[in-house]
Design a protein around this ligand. Sequence first.
Ligand code: AP5
Ligand code: MG
Length: 209
Amino acid sequence: MHRVVFLGPPGAGKGTQADQFARELGVPHLSTGDLLRSAVAARTPLGLEADGHMRAGRLVPDDLVLKILRERLGQPDATVGYLLDGFPRNLAQAEALGKFAELDRVVSFDIVPELLVRRLSERRVCPTCQSVYNLSSKPPNVADRCDADGSPLVQRPDDRPEAVTTRLKVYADQTAPLLEYYGTRKLLRSIDASGTPEQVAERVRRALR
Ligand code: AP5
Ligand code: MG
């Protein structure tokens, strides 16, 4: 199992699980959201163009996302495979990916919107090392400080309520059709993404067998 996609709405826990499973599978965790946030932080031309779309909760245009992903897939560690988190996100991206990769499995994270809104409103991130926390399910040892480097934690700009509403709608309109796309290709396994991270990890492990 070397080429895997984690598909699911914002806040479903894709990134949390992908960190762990990329290590277990021995492949890099490739999050297009993380790649884009790095480009925004570095103020590259691509990052500057992506920033407004991300803040508003809209998808970044396909050509920009494909460019950044192709560059990352060209790095040596991705020759053994990869765990894609947050890509593809619409049919055009799925078709573009299909032209250069044969996937082994797509794991869909199923969860009710109320839990997503709660997880996103409680998420805090470290701007220095990108560690992800949650005020109730994964609080830092010292309030508002990163356990790893002590930086003050921040909220992702797109975790504000207005952007969250847009992101959930974008998922339903543009990304959810991929469930059928991968279902008909016999690649899809759906898991219940509610419950503790450990319970979800066990379901992901079964879905990857
Ligand atoms: P991206 O970064 O991909 O965000 P997303 O898909 O909206 O998903 P999130 O990262 O918000 O959630 P997650 O599922 O990773 O949850 P997490 O594990 O952090 O994309 C951001 C933006 O970039 C997009 O809106 C778009 O603008 C752009 N973009 C990215 N890819 C693109 C693409 N392919 N095309 C176009 N544009 C693109 O968990 C959330 C919180 O819950 C955390 O606090 C965590 O600690 C907690 N948590 C996790 N699991 C549990 C659990 N089981 N129980 C309790 N709490 C939990
Ligand atoms: Mg994520």
